[in-house]
Write a protein that binds this ligand. Structure first.
Ligand SMILES: [Zn+2]
Length: 216
């Protein structure tokens, strides 16, 4: 369980005692032996995109598979926000191994309609956890998803790029000149991170890096 639990979390844990989403072990949302099965990336970081442009660099904490796939699925689609702490620690470990010189964290946004349906943006929850560990600020509303892009599942790289082209807009003039860390849950082709970085460039940011929890 998280070291610094809020009263809300204490009550939630009492009402819904944690159990591992992958193996059902009590006391954890993702238990240590399931975390042991996760394939973490480490330096030298594998190249996850042929050319990360316009990002300066991109990396993911782990390969999407096994217990981590199950955890991300529950985190995104089953309302299990309580996983944010554990998944945020995994993200932070990857960040801390080799931090980039950034000023502010920006989560990849959901379209407002999907945000209403889901009730939360999983990338924002991850960004907040990373901010808690790093003391970096989060600009939660810096980017806006202006077109309700359909899910990327089943599309090839070119289709994914087309799907998200111009889907984002930078809403925050105060990011001008700053270096940005984009945070998302899963990296597939990188089309979403690229589209976000392009929108941020139109907001005249200095540089953009991308960090995701998992790479598919
Ligand atoms: Zn487990």
């Amino acid at each position: 369980m998280a070291k610094h639990s809020t009263l809300f979390e204490v009550v939630l844990n009492w009402l819904f005692p944690p159990h591992c989403v992958a193996c059902n072990k009590a006391g954890y949302w993702l238990c240590p032996s399931c975390i042991d099965q996760v394939i973490f990336f480490e330096p030298p970081w594998p190249s996850l995109m042929d050319d990360p442009w316009p990002l300066q660099g991109v990396r993911s904490a782990a390969r999407l598979g096994g217990p981590l796939r199950e955890a991300i699925h529950c985190f995104k689609y089953k309302g299990l926000r309580a996983l944010a702490g554990t998944l945020g620690e995994i993200l932070y470990d990857c960040w801390e191994a080799e931090p980039w010189p950034v000023d502010v964290i920006v989560p990849v946004p959901l379209h407002p309609q999907r945000l209403r349906e889901r009730g939360y943006n999983q990338s924002t929850l991850l960004a907040r956890e990373l901010a808690r560990h790093t003391a970096l600020p989060v600009a939660e509303h810096a980017l806006r998803r202006i077109t309700p892009t359909p899910p990327q599942v089943g599309l090839n790289a070119a289709q994914r790029a087309e799907n998200v082209r111009n889907a984002f807009r930078c809403m925050d003039d105060s990011l001008s000149g700053l270096s940005i860390l984009l945070v998302d849950d899963v990296l597939t082709t990188g089309a979403t991170l690229r589209a976000c970085a392009q929108a941020l460039q139109q907001g005249h940011v200095h540089a953009v890096w991308g960090l995701t929890l998992a790479h598919e």
